[in-house]
Design a binder for this molecule. Sequence first.
Ligand code: 4NP
Length: 159
Amino acid sequence: MKVLMVCLGNICRSPIADGLLRKKVLEKGLDIEVDSAGTISLHQGQAPDNRMVETARKNGTDISMLRARQFKASDFDTFDYIFAMDVSNKKNILDLARTKADHNKVYMLLGELTNQEETSVPDPYYGTQKDFDHVYDLVDQATDILIKNLITRQLNIKN
Ligand code: 4NP
């Protein structure tokens, strides 16, 4: 199974979602590949924002090795599940969808947490440390639930 986390720049929200899910997948010994991307190319090749790296580090996760890349239509072929951080990311992803099957791969990350499809992880880029801490908490909670849901889906697929 392959999972892609997507935000705008791929330097704040999707890297922490990527890093936390990777860590949880490893801890549970699951066969799930995790990656992240941004809908814009502006930060392509860059490491995550220092404020996100530090927020992750103080909570025990290293995301400094991740590098930003832009979401592309062929990601629909590579990934089974694509999680958008906010509604605008979701729209930008869906704009590149070619088929109904592509559309059906796109979810909101916080949909796992709240069952409310339109709930967004707020963009912390112009915010303060408090905003980065809030992003971390939301994504940590959502990825805890997501990993349980992915295990169930994986079992469903295998059965
Ligand atoms: P992200 O945050 O989408 O969570 O990576 C942002 C990063 C960069 C910009 C906006 C949001 N930007 O405008 O460059």
